[in-house]
Design a protein. Structure first.
Length: 292
């Protein structure tokens, strides 16, 4: 799921404007960690059929666009036939990297989200979008959370990185660095690109679960594609209601892990004093990588 401060506030604003005045999920059964039972047997045949349609559309877009790690892990997940049972996936995942999935009603507060990640638990929303939301959905649903996020959790380096991100999130809450860390998550875990010997590939869940952005991010001449730099990313604003103006490109997952390992306290202190960069900036000396 996407839990970033800016997005959560956006959604809260949306919720206030909406008829119900609340987020979409049913939070009544949530425990203190916002965990709910998945109640897998309550999904309807129509919902499983919608999942299959989403899956089939998306899986045929992956070759040549998603990174190999994502494609290979997804194939091993056996999730083509319908909405998966989280407990089954958790068994395989815990054997691979020690992570497991927990079911949640939707967005959860920042500290709850970070606490899950820091303990190798990935929160996955239980509800599925409606058919009319096939192409676009505002709040993350089970398709985004599962299809987009779960495959890379099978990779040990990425799995370790996400746990460190969770710990870093708890620290950022103490240091007033949340908005900076939220941008890092957005431009990596959600919308990150990665180099490969065959050219650029996507690894971000927001891209990989989107029917449109997966082509746009690689092929369109419009957006910038800039080599990843953690501090630069943390300074950069992002779009939540359109395709991204800028994508940041990592060499490999080791780079993501290593470049985010240093203590961010001095970076947060520095960024507090600097104006944020617009989402479409290209700084002097920055390389803008070619569309493929
Ligand atoms: N190194 C960061 C810090 O000291 C924590 C972090 C790790 C943040 C990994 C993001 C990803 O705050
Ligand atoms: Fe997400």
């Amino acid at each position: 799921m996407d839990m970033t401060l800016e997005q959560a506030e956006f959604l809260k604003t949306l919720a206030e404007k909406s008829d119900s005045g609340s987020l979409r999920g049913d939070y009544s059964a949530a425990d203190a960690q916002y965990v709910v039972p998945q109640d897998w047997h309550t999904y309807t045949p129509d919902q499983h059929a919608l999942w299959r349609k989403l899956y089939q559309r998306q899986v045929q877009l992956l070759p040549g666009r998603a990174c190999d790690l994502f494609i290979d892990s997804l194939a091993g997940l056996d999730a083509a036939g319908g909405i998966p049972q989280f407990d089954r996936t958790s068994e395989a995942l815990s054997r691979a990297t020690g992570w497991r999935l927990v079911a949640v009603p939707g967005l959860v507060p920042d500290h709850v989200f970070f606490e899950h990640l820091a303990n190798r638990r990935f929160p996955v929303t239980v509800w599925l979008r409606e058919p009319r939301e096939f192409d676009y959905i505002v709040e993350p649903d089970v398709f985004h959370d599962f299809f987009g996020h779960v495959p890379l959790l099978f990779n040990p380096v990425f799995a370790n990185h996400l746990q460190e991100y969770g710990k870093g999130g708890l620290k950022a809450l103490r240091l007033g660095g949340l908005q900076f860390l939220a941008r890092l998550y957005w431009y990596t875990v959600e919308f990150g690109l990665i180099e490969s010997p065959q050219g650029l590939r996507a690894y971000g869940a927001g891209i990989l679960s989107s029917g449109g952005e997966i082509g746009y991010c690689l092929n369109s001449p419009v957006p910038r594609r800039i080599p990843f730099n953690a501090e630069r990313v943390m300074r950069t604003l992002y779009k939540i209601d359109s395709y991204q103006d800028t994508y940041f490109v990592i060499r490999d997952f080791d780079q993501l892990f290593e470049d985010t390992a240093p203590d961010f306290s001095p970076i947060y202190a520095r960024l507090q004093t600097l104006a944020a960069l617009p989402a479409d900036s290209l700084l002097a000396g920055e390389r803008n990588l070619q569309a493929t």
